[in-house]
Design a protein around this ligand. Structure first.
Ligand SMILES: [Zn+2]
Length: 345
């Protein structure tokens, strides 16, 4: 357990370092992972790097890449006693980040840094911001004062609204969270990506992508049906009381539906992560930040055809489709059609 934690920490550190070396410093990051303590550690280390008195820097961009961990700034940041570092966490009683906490933070970052180069504001459990807090925060998150870096930490990015998520660069800490794509899905997704690269922007092209997606999902459902029908008691008994038969049939149907929904959701999450890769490329972020790094050239090819706003709209449109499918009984084909035909690829 300990070893794997250390490993993850190293991975995410190098992920962040490489992204800084090859890209630009963002003004808002969202750290997504399975362990809040670890995320706070990551964020603190980035705060150290940004404020270290003798940091290692990138020759290309001049952005600091690592801290010395010994200077006075590094030590103060490590113990959370640095005047330009603020960490807020949900307050104990209500377990939410209150509007007062956010207002104090905004007030703080509106001032010039006192000891460091950057003011760093870390928000732990960022999904615990009620809408009143978000409303007070959004404008500052969109246009933070100079030399300010926000770091939002969460184990539940799905609980954070798009308007917040989309304003942040997302760092997904490997091995701690993310999607479980089966090989078959991954292969299919890659062929979908290849097809998107070749497809012209026209409506026909998008219809072709849509029909491919529908065929894939329907074959998924067929496989699930076959497996569960084989295993059902309906298959093993010949004379079944009609009431019991009805009950078993209902159970079978519900099992198939829920299994299918689960698999569909994982699969669409894969598609979403790829859309996010395209967005990263459109923002000229580092390839190290990509989820599907092997497909960087394909994602780059799409990113060249669209701008960052369009890439973000793609991502948001797919996220909206997923939420629609997961939270309502909307007809699948219709939801996918509306979502997919909006994409700019
Ligand atoms: Zn230092």
């Amino acid at each position: 357990m300990a070893a794997s934690t250390i490993n993850n920490t190293n991975n995410s550190n190098s992920l962040l370092r490489n992204s800084l070396a090859n890209g630009r410093l963002g003004h808002a990051y969202i750290f997504v992972g399975g362990n809040m303590e670890n995320l706070e550690l990551q964020a603190t280390e980035l705060a150290q790097t940004l404020n270290c008195k003798s940091p290692k820097t990138s020759g290309k961009t001049g952005i600091p890449l690592d801290s010395c961990r010994e200077c006075i700034s590094c030590r103060k940041v490590e113990t959370h006693n640095f005047p330009d570092l603020d960490i807020i966490r949900p307050e104990s009683k209500s377990r939410v980040i209150t509007v007062d906490q956010i207002r104090r933070l905004i007030q703080k970052v509106s001032l010039k840094p006192t000891e460091g180069r950057y003011k760093v504001a870390i928000i732990s459990n960022a999904e615990r911001m009620p809408s009143v807090t978000i409303n007070a925060f959004l404008k500052t998150l969109e246009e933070p004062p100079d030399c300010t870096v926000f770091m939002l930490l969460t184990q539940h990015p799905e609980k954070i609204i798009d308007t917040v998520l989309s304003r942040c660069l997302r760092l997904n800490f490997e091995g701690e969270t993310g999607i479980q794509l089966e090989n078959e899905d991954k292969n299919w997704l890659h062929s979908f990506v290849r097809m998107s690269v070749k497809t012209n922007e026209g409506l026909m092209g998008r219809y072709r992508l849509l029909s491919n997606l529908l065929v894939h999902l329907s074959s998924k459902k067929n496989t699930i049906e076959e497996i569960h029908k084989d295993a059902s008691p309906l298959n093993q008994h010949e004379d079944i009381d009609p009431t019991l038969r009805k009950k078993w049939e209902k159970e079978l149907e519900a099992t198939i539906e829920s299994e299918y929904r689960g698999q569909r959701s994982q699969f669409l999450a894969g598609l979403q992560w790829w859309m996010r890769d395209v967005w990263m490329m459109a923002m000229q972020q580092s390839k190290e930040l990509l989820y599907f790094q092997d497909w960087a050239d394909d994602s780059q090819a799409i990113a060249k055809r669209i701008n960052a706003d369009q890439a973000l709209e793609n991502l948001q449109s797919l996220e909206a489709t997923q939420r629609l499918l997961e939270t309502t009984n909307v007809q699948e084909t219709l939801a996918l059609e509306v979502g997919l035909l909006k994409l700019k690829l």
